[in-house]
Design a binder for this molecule. Structure first.
Ligand code: ARG
Length: 303
């Protein structure tokens, strides 16, 4: 029973009575051994004067190690896929696949059709790591401009349900969600991303639990924002200044419905999270934000 919902009036059923899916609890990461920012493929990779950010590699490694240690301190199991030389963005391992559980209980992952040629080469590395953990993989139609799909950069599970929130317009093509819905046997709520600074759905929406999310209104169309409001009774709005780089507050990750790992410095967002009963854990991902990614992009949460 897969279907696509594009606005609030099409959402004419109770989303929390949708068929269920287990919760994803394992974490996959890729060490930033070959990470760099010399090929700007999103607006955050340049400074205000147009030049490309300069990376502090030692600091990037230390930030990554701290993030991994933080997941472990929360009792989450962290797995690693091997970094591949020549693939500078592979550390952002949310993008190459979309893991799911089939109706009959098997672990599966949709393989992405990445928009960027070099980044597309990362897919095989993440595929191998998931296969090692017992996953089967499914392929989308051959990669071309209308079959692009960037995995969990744009497609986010509503925790516990066969419901996917899917962004499109920059890295993912609108029409691919018909196929993704069919492959995963899920309902897809599709969102056009209106602002190029929010080029993946995970840059402007972070789902905290089945009723709560962080989101930045400026990234959505009016229709999309109404749908976000309808899906999440507890919607925590993130001010534009904290959602945009260099803070990237919507790229936070809540791995367990309680703790929220996020770039430090989002003062108002932290306060709103606390008021809502969440536990923000602020850490530095500054070096990765120079590439347009923070916590959410730096891991894949799989089942
Ligand atoms: N430089 C990477 C890119 O532009 C950053 C990816 C960040 N990932 C994310 N899910 N937003 O593709």
């Amino acid at each position: 029973m897969s279907k696509i919902v594009r606005n609030a009036s099409e959402l004419n059923f109770d989303i929390r009575s949708a068929p269920q899916m287990p919760l994803a609890r394992r974490i996959l990461m890729v060490r930033p051994t070959y990470f760099h920012v010399d090929n700007p493929i999103n607006p955050h990779m340049r400074k205000a004067d147009g030049t490309i950010h300069v990376l502090d590699k030692a600091k990037a490694m230390a930030e990554w190690e701290t993030l991994r240690a933080t997941y472990r301190s929360l009792g989450l199991e962290v797995f690693e896929a091997e970094a591949i030389s020549g693939l500078p963005d592979m550390v952002f391992c949310a993008n190459q696949t979309l893991p799911f559980v089939s109706r009959t209980g098997e672990f599966r992952a949709v393989l992405s059709n990445m928009a960027n040629d070099i980044r597309h080469k990362e897919v095989l590395g993440i595929k191998a790591a998931l296969e090692h953990e017992g996953y089967g993989t499914v392929e989308l139609p051959a990669r071309n401009s209308s079959t692009l799909f960037e995995g969990m950069g744009d497609a986010l599970w509503l925790p516990g349900y066969r419901v996917l929130l899917g962004g499109y317009g920059h890295r993912t093509h609108r029409s691919i969600y018909e196929k993704v819905a069919e492959m995963t046997d899920a309902t897809v709520l599709a969102f056009e991303l209106a602002n190029p600074r929010f080029y993946h759905l995970d840059t402007c929406l972070s789902i905290l639990d089945a009723r709560s999310a962080l989101a930045c209104r400026d990234a959505f169309t009016r229709e999309g924002w109404e749908l976000v409001q309808k899906v999440f009774p507890n919607l925590i709005e993130v001010p534009l200044a904290e959602a945009d780089s260099p803070v990237f507050a919507c790229n936070a990750h809540c791995p367990d419905g309680k703790n929220v790992l996020m770039q430090l410095g989002a003062k108002e967002t932290v306060r709103r999270l606390q008021v809502s009963g969440f536990h923000p854990i602020e850490l530095s991902t500054e070096e990765f934000i120079k590439s347009g990614g923070s916590v959410f992009c730096m891991k894949l949460q799989f089942f």
